[in-house]
Design a protein around this ligand. Structure first.
Ligand code: FAD
Length: 390
């Protein structure tokens, strides 16, 4: 039986040798530390807190940031690492993406020099865990113009009121970046809100059928007072929030590749192990056709995100580039996990075969960081010159 490998065109070889080594180190961490516990924690809807110090030891948090104790590696490596994590457990990859991308990215791209120096080294070491609070119970896709969480300056402090929904890591994060509309100038501003702030409370969201290991919270901000020194000094409007989202959306496209690759590799292995009619099911023509269809899509996705990250490294990445990859890869991912699940027959709905978890988790990746429709409209606006947003 040939080796199970979802990187058919060997795109991993586009990384320089030193970065390739880091990719393989993360793969080995995921296989040893996460694969054996992934289904158990997913089933219990709990986060394995004990893995945080072990992940910190990998030294990959805030991978692309320059300075502040961060390693300053390429966006290409960052993409490969998101893929490696999602290939084994999309929840762990999401936990990491919130910490390293959304939370640290908000401070890196929108914080003052003092704020970066205060938080980024500790977040790199995962001594401080972050969350990113943009979405609200009644405002998701329309966050740019519709945020109802408000902030108002009173002397040297800001008073924040409102609610947030779906905020990953926020049940245990030390800080949460809260985005709120300024009642005076109506612009969106960002704040570093500490967990012990008496006006801040986070309640775990229960009964999710996807990414169950990720702890999502509903947050209430009630006369939450934050000093001016904890306002992100370079976040002056939603355009600044978008800078963070552009980077993390590219990461979600890579996650979709990882989730698809995990599903494809699991299916390829299963079809060789499983026998019917006295032969491995992998020997049947219809099964091979399905596997090849999956591999074709997977290879197209990997090629796309590899180029996307090269553009990011060259400073050429635009919103529409990241959005197109998010749309294309999450759509293909939905097909791939379904096709993989099909090849497991009845076992496809049992958690112990991993594939059921990939199918469920794909649904969350499909919707977060901008739905298919919203990302399509971003690309549509760029290619037609007409904005379909109201
Ligand atoms: P809605 O905006 O209500 O959309 C519902 C449907 O209407 C969608 O199909 C949408 O595409 C469609 N629609 C809306 N507007 C238009 C339009 N103009 N044209 C065409 N169709 C339209 N948010 C955070 O801030 N921080 C987090 O850490 C975070 N983590 C998440 C984790 C998970 C597991 C999930 C599921 C979500 C998370 N989110 C987080 C929120 C996520 O970003 C939103 O769910 C997403 O942006 C969509 O918003 P919504 O769910 O409110 O859907």
């Amino acid at each position: 039986i040939p080796a199970i490998n979802g990187d058919f065109y060997e795109l991993g070889k586009t990384l320089p040798p030193a970065e390739r080594e880091i990719q393989l180190k993360v793969r080995s961490f995921m296989e040893k530390e996460i694969r054996p516990i992934a289904n158990e924690y997913w089933n219990r809807a709990e986060f394995p807190m004990h893995i945080i110090p072990k992940m910190a030891e990998l030294g990959i948090t805030g991978l692309t940031y320059k300075g502040y104790g961060c390693p300053g590696h390429s966006a290409l490596l960052e993409g490969f690492l998101a893929m490696e994590m999602a290939r084994v457990d999309t929840s762990i990859s999401t936990f990491f993406g919130v910490q390293s991308g959304l939370a640290m990215g908000s401070i890196y791209f929108c914080g003052s020099e003092e704020q970066k120096q205060e938080w980024l080294p500790k977040m790199h070491k995962m001594e401080v865990i972050g969350a990113f609070g943009l979405t609200e119970p009644e405002v998701g896709s329309g966050a740019a113009g519709g945020l109802t969480t408000t902030c108002k300056k009173e002397g040297d402090e800001w008073v924040i009121n409102g609610q947030k929904k779906w905020i990953g890591n926020a049940t245990f994060s030390d800080i949460t970046i809260i985005w709120a509309r300024d009642l005076d100038d109506q612009n969106v501003k960002g704040f570093i809100v500490r967990k012990d702030n008496p006006g801040f409370s986070a309640e775990k969201m229960e009964n999710k059928m996807a990414l169950r290991t990720v702890q999502n919270a509903q947050i209430t901000l009630k006369d939450c007072r934050v000093p001016e020194s904890d306002r992100l000094q370079e976040a002056n409007s939603f355009k600044d929030t978008s800078v963070v989202l552009k980077m993390t959306r590219a990461g979600v496209a890579w996650q979709a590749v990882g989730c698809s690759r995990g599903a494809y590799e699991a299916a390829l292995k299963y079809t060789n192990d499983r026998h019917q009619f006295g032969r491995p099911i992998a020997s049947f023509q219809l099964v091979q056709d399905l596997l090849v269809t999956m591999l074709g899509d997977l290879t197209a996705m990997q090629t796309m995100v590899t180029r996307l990250s090269v553009m990011q490294d060259n400073g050429e990445l635009l919103d529409e580039h990241a959005s197109l990859a998010k749309v294309f890869c999450t759509l293909r991912m939905r097909d791939i996990v379904d096709q993989a699940r099909e090849l497991f027959g009845g076992n496809g709905i049992l958690l112990e075969y991993d594939i059921a978890r990939f199918v469920a988790d794909a649904e969350a990746i499909y919707s977060y960081e901008g739905t298919k429709e919203i990302n399509s409209l971003i690309v549509g606006r760029a290619i037609t010159g007409h904005s379909a947003f109201v």
